[in-house]
Design a protein around this ligand. Structure first.
Ligand code: GUN
Length: 277
């Protein structure tokens, strides 16, 4: 029987635990406030930002929302980040990506104080992860590790294959699996024999951004498959990077889309915000 990993239920459990922790920390006089900045009107971003603010309200922490017009200059955005960096009331800062083309994403990410970098995107945060020091960890890959742990899936000694090498998911994912003592292979667009490499995986994490690309031919019997992708199909339904119908019968455990990795990203953002209290 294939186990369907219920990210919605696990994320709810984490948020409920965080809610209690927030109440406890508030009792010690600690406060948290997440500042969320959105530049321009990307419909998906508006949904994500709304969900982040809702999650803050649920666990009992303040949030501030900055909805800036598309034509906001890079300097204006940097000034706002400087102001929030200096504001002791603000404990976490997040600039929703993507930003419009005239703004350089890396410059923005580097301007956020590493002490308030709850997305875990700052080079200092990534560097800390790389050398095993404390720091904020990128939320989606951190959520994948939590899903595996809550599902009692052992990582140590396992063949872990990550497809995708983005700074936000693939690279931190591989570092986290390595930290958990997995044997990690990272695949990307230039990887030769992708199917053969994937077929070695005990744990396959798919973050390629191509709808239903991974079918049963990429899967070893009994593998654990984690699907980070999310796409809207022409019929309006959501799907992942994995062709769920063909892959699910072959694996021991799999995340659905929606309801797998997606809800974990926000739960782990809340985890980072609470840890900054
Ligand atoms: N855009 C898509 N995912 C994310 C995320 O986790 N954080 C931010 N800031 N932007 C995103």
């Amino acid at each position: 029987m294939t186990k369907i990993i219920d990210g919605k239920a696990i994320s709810q459990k984490i948020k409920d635990e965080l809610k209690e922790e927030v109440a406890r920390k508030k009792g010690e006089g600690k406060e948290a406030c997440l500042a969320v900045i959105q530049v321009g009107k990307y419909p998906a971003s508006t949904v994500y930002v709304g969900n982040k603010k809702k999650a803050c309200a649920y666990i009992g922490i303040d949030s501030q929302s900055y909805e800036l017009p598309e034509e906001t200059s890079q300097d204006e955005l940097l000034s706002l980040i400087d102001k929030l960096n200096d504001d002791p009331k603000v404990t976490g800062i997040l600039v929703q990506l993507p930003v419009p083309g005239h703004i350089d994403e890396d410059t923005i990410i580097k301007r956020i104080s590493p002490l308030k970098d709850v997305d875990g995107f700052h080079p200092m945060s990534v560097g800390a992860l790389c050398i095993g020091e404390k720091g904020f960890v990128s939320c989606t890959p951190a959520g994948v590790i939590k899903l595996l742990k809550y599902s009692d899936i052992e990582i140590a000694g396992k063949e872990c294959v990550v497809i995708g090498r983005s700074n936000i998911v693939g690279k931190p994912m591989s570092l986290l699996l390595l930290r958990e003592n997995g044997t990690v292979t990272v695949c990307h667009s230039k990887t030769k024999n992708l199917k053969e490499v994937c077929k070695r995986a005990d744990i396959l994490v798919v973050a390629i951004g191509r709808p239903k690309m991974i079918n049963e031919e990429y899967i070893k019997d009994g593998a654990v498959v984690i699907d980070v992708g999310i796409h809207r199909m022409e019929n309006g339904k959501l799907c992942g990077d994995v062709d769920y119908e063909s892959v699910a019968p072959k694996c021991s455990a799999i995340t659905p889309v929606p309801g797998g990795v997606g809800p974990m990203t926000i739960a782990m953002l809340m985890y980072n915000v609470v840890s900054a209290m």
